[in-house]
Design a protein around this ligand. Sequence first.
Ligand SMILES: Cc1cc2nc3c(=O)[nH]c(=O)nc-3n(C[C@H](O)[C@H](O)[C@H](O)COP(=O)(O)OP(=O)(O)OC[C@H]3O[C@@H](n4cnc5c(N)ncnc54)[C@H](O)[C@@H]3O)c2cc1C
Length: 454
Amino acid sequence: MSITTPSAETLRGACAVHLPGDPGYDAARTPWNVSVDQRPAAVAVPRTVDEVVALVRAATAAGLRVAPQSTGHGAAALGTHDLTDVVLVRLHELTGVTVDAGARTARVVGGTLWADVVAAAAPHGLTALHGSAPDVAVAGYVLSGGLSFYGRREGLASGTLTAAEVVTADGRLVRADENENADLLWALRGGGGNLGVVVAIELELLPIADVVGGMLLWDRERAPEVLRAWAAWTRAVPESVTTSLRVMSFPPLPELPPFLSGRQLVVIDGAVLEDDDRAAELLAPLRALQPEMDTFGRVPAAAMLEVHMDPPAPTPAVGDHAMLGSLPDEAVDALLAEVGPGTSSPLMFAELRHLGGAFARPTRRGGAMSHVVGEYALLCVAVAPFPEAATAGKAAAAAVLTALAPWSLPTVALTFAEKRVDTSAGFDPEDWARLAHLRESWDPQRTLVANHRV
Ligand SMILES: Cc1cc2nc3c(=O)[nH]c(=O)nc-3n(C[C@H](O)[C@H](O)[C@H](O)COP(=O)(O)OP(=O)(O)OC[C@H]3O[C@@H](n4cnc5c(N)ncnc54)[C@H](O)[C@@H]3O)c2cc1C
């Protein structure tokens, strides 16, 4: 009896497929985080839902597993998995968004970016719980929680997921909503790419047309007083305020604006969901520190995709994340010892995102990940265009995490987890147990390969 070797060649009829050795393979396998060297058995680029169905069926028939990927912003953890028997399903050709203004919902096709959803919602005076970057995909973000600048008032973005259309591991197209496959919908609210290839999702939108948002910027020399002031301020502000503080370092580059090029900075940015007078009152303690730049003001909600100054194009990056339970002055000092004035850290930034508030409470609809446990999410990122820079960046990020370990929690926010982590740390134990059970029933052969595995 002969044993047939599984072959990715059989995928070619399903959709556009790039195999190792094909001229398009290297370009097709390169994720947004271009430092990640993912080498799957094949890269598939479906253009229709039927092609996704055909591809998943062909992959399983060939004995291959399937890893959905929309942009590759979250590729770092996926890249640490063995992908030699995995078809990477890149969804950037499967996009589109339809807004139902009356129902305040959006139907978002598989690989669509936040920029497109926010632009489609804005003319109706609506927006969504998007993150800081316009070119992150809705699916990867919402399916793993999603930390928005509206989140301390509104909770995790996964709580706005009302329905999904999913190609499951057995190659069926199913709908999950409150009436049909409600268990799958529950699992998708946090379960990431472990349940199927999501070809469309439906989201609740928010009636927010404009918002007080922006940034405050100081030279890094001011970091000690600014960090202490922000830490104290975050302990007092209402849930209408969600901000981030970053200690940042930019190389001298002609393409950067002069206020960034070659500089070390402290930047606070975010949103204040209040009227102008109340927002000004809330921001006053930070403005009293006389920032060199202050862009806070009322802006159209769509402008919130720009305030964080995320890289506008694919970037090679390494990073690490921890959750902090508190940020006393001793923790601020520990952070400053790594990235404050006089240090020469290779990190592009060390960020603290203020969480708590509604982030920490189960969302109205529930779900596998209905909240995150922690007051601040720490994220350290270094640009890593070559291996030595990656090594130095990882070491610097690890040093910050070690310095802040006394205030760290055993939990994680999975969208911020750049490295492979214990995925269960993103969930309450009972929710994790139910999610693991649902993964087993929807994907008994473990066909799906997500960046953070259930
Ligand atoms: C510059 C930058 C800014 C960011 N800002 C924020 C922020 O403000 N808040 C925040 O919470 N996070 C933020 N993130 C993290 C980001 O939300 C995660 O990396 C997220 O997973 C990216 O989703 P993606 O689909 O674009 O990436 P991908 O790498 O394509 O996807 C990540 C994972 O999601 C799953 N997935 C993606 N698409 C599908 C699909 N169609 N079907 C099934 N599974 C799918 C897969 O398991 C995949 O491995 C940021 C990241 C970067 C690089």
